[in-house]
Design a protein around this ligand. Structure first.
Ligand SMILES: O=C(O)CCC(=O)C(=O)O
Ligand SMILES: [Fe+2]
Length: 207
């Protein structure tokens, strides 16, 4: 993972220590992510190392800042979506704002000190052939204080093939999704960002 501090070096040319902090954070969060994916791999009964290499090669870090909002009922920080990638490690600081959609209602995810939220993305739903569900979530604003969060997206590389894991598919559990290149998924994801309920449609196989 030594390439990560190198990327951080390219991005942050300032010399106030930011570059080192982001580099170290990225490496540590990557290790945590790979550990979680290794446990998921075992839990699903996939061959060891299934998530190694291509499926987790890329990593994106995004810092979201939601300023104080005078009318939170009129403005969302981020609209309802699921993340396109495999898993996301979210540090949400100590200001409330994340909500997850479950059984037809929005549930608040209270920030816990020194805790991360792990969000399942679409690729894990597809690879697990629907055993995992991509978490639908959004961020709300508030009128009292600004909120800053840090999301790390563990992501397949553009050219990698994604499909339901072969060991999870048999005559009783037919594949629910076709095989595709991750870049095809990203194109659809961007095109349908305002109608997220139809993002998975082109990747589904008829039962
Ligand atoms: O800021 C948050 O609480 C959520 C961020 C998020 O969902 C994202 O960046 O994809
Ligand atoms: Fe998200």
């Amino acid at each position: 993972m030594s390439h990560l501090p190198h990327h951080a070096h390219d991005i942050f040319t300032c010399s106030n220590g930011f570059r080192e902090v982001v580099g170290t954070y990225s490496v540590e969060v990557r290790e945590l992510s790979l550990r979680i994916l290794q446990l998921i791999c075992e839990g699903l009964g996939l061959q060891p190392g299934y998530f190694g290499d291509e499926l987790t090669k890329d990593q994106l870090l995004s810092v979201n800042h939601y300023p104080q909002c005078p009318e939170p009922s009129l403005t969302l920080g981020l609209p309802k979506h699921s993340d396109p990638n495999l898993i996301t490690i979210l540090y949400q600081g100590d200001v409330y704002g994340l909500q997850v959609f479950n059984d037809g209602q929005w549930i608040g995810v209270e920030p816990l000190p020194n805790a991360f939220v792990i969000n399942i993305g679409y690729q894990l739903q597809i690879i697990s052939n629907g055993k995992f569900k991509a978490a639908e979530h959004r961020a709300v604003t508030n009128s009292k204080e600004a909120r800053t969060t840090i999301a790390t997206f563990i992501t397949p590389c553009y050219d990698s093939m994604v499909e339901p894991a072969k060991t999870l598919v048999n005559e009783f559990n037919p594949p629910l999704y076709k095989a595709f290149q991750y870049k095809e998924f990203l194109t659809t994801y961007s095109a349908k960002i305002h109608e997220p309920q139809s993002i998975l449609e082109p990747f589904k196989l008829q039962a």
